[in-house]
Structure formats: C-alpha cells, structure tokens
Write a protein that binds this ligand. Sequence first.
Ligand code: DC
Length: 223
Amino acid sequence: MVLNSNIAIDGPAGAGKSTVAKLVARKLGFTYIDTGAMYRAIALKALNDEVSMNDVSGLARLAKDAAVNLETGPGGEIRVLLNGKDVTEQIRKPEVSRVVSLVARVPGVRKQLIEMQKALAEKGGVVMEGRDIGTVVLPEAKVKVFLYASPKERARRRREELAQKGCYVDSFKMEEEIAERDRMDSSRKINPLVPAPDAELIDCSSLTVEQVVNIIMEKVCHS
Ligand code: DC
C-alpha cells in the first residue's frame, strides 16, 4: 500500500465505524477523521443559535461561518472544536442526534464540510469515516469499506455506548431513532448513504472489532 493514500470507511449509525476506524488509524500511524462529528457540530450550533432546521440558507450560512476543527487531546483522544470551544461531549447528546440528519441534508452545509474534509485528506495518511466518503469525499481512496449490521444490533451498541457515559435510553426508542436516521440518510437527494461501487461490504453483526480491523488491514496490505 502506498503510505500516503487514504482509507474510506462508510456505513450507517452504530455499525462500529468509529471504533474500527480509530484502531486502523492507530495501527498505520494515520490520522483519524470523524466526519459525522463535523455535521454534529453544525447541528449543535444551529440548536444553540435557534436556527430552524428548515431554514436551508440559514443553515448553509451558519456552516460557512463556523470553524470546525478536530484536534488530538492529551490522551490521544479526538476533541471537536467549534469556533475554538471544545464541544466533544455536547455533540453526542440525544437532542443533537435527533436533528443532525436534517442538517446533513442541506446542500450548502454539505458543500462546506466536504471542502474541509477533502482539504484534511489532501496529503494522504488519513482514515476517514462517514456516509459519503467512498462515493463523494475520497472517491480515489485505495481502500474503501462499507460496514453495516442489523438495526437491532446497532441499537444495542449505541445504547451500550451511551450507558457508559451515564445516559440511558429505551431500546425500542433507540431502534426507532436509528431506523429513522437510516431512512433519512439513505433517501436524501444529495450524497445519500450508499456503498461506493468499489467498496467492500462487511456485515459486522456477528464479527468482533478485532475481526473487522483484520479484514481491513488485510485489504490495506494488498492494495
Ligand atoms: O456518524 P454520526 O452518527 O455521528 O453522523 C451524524 C449524522 O451526520 C448522520 O445523520 C449522518 C450524517 N453524516 C453525513 O451525512 N455524512 C457524513 N459523511 C457523515 C455523517
């Protein structure tokens, strides 16, 4: 594998993209980029500024004016900065999860964030995760994978993740929310959640994190 090429990891919410992408990045000494966090930062700003989720031009303007930065914290963790303020925890709150798909469907918001994402990957050596990385942001990436799992399993994982942070959500409600987000992300007109034609599809429902990482590393070695 060319050491400065990029890796694209796409898939629906809760398929385990972040865990897997971080581990692959660590193994290769690459930079990990969570593009969902960037959409979440814009959604948080819209909530804070009381911009309506239907105000397409207001949301686009907000994305243009916002400075979203990803930084590595002292313990190696990724911190998300919005106009210089650390919003890493705030962007994971259920109220942000509920509206982020509405923000992500706005063309002006996507244009702005995609430009930033392309710039971040310009020099290579990046593992980028999201929904449209293999199709739109990094169509030239040498390694592309699309991770998925059943909605039930994804809801279980998300609940576990939130419970670790002391936030408890009803399992039925979580499954419904995930299904609704999938529906919106897959059916939106612009850059919907679909695997790139040259992506490897990996069903993570019954695979361990280590197994998924190994499949990707294998692909990296042969690319
Ligand atoms: O991965 P996540 O759940 O943090 O993503 C939050 C939202 O952002 C999700 O509704 C899909 C959207 N998103 C997107 O449209 N394109 C991306 N590249 C990444 C995320």
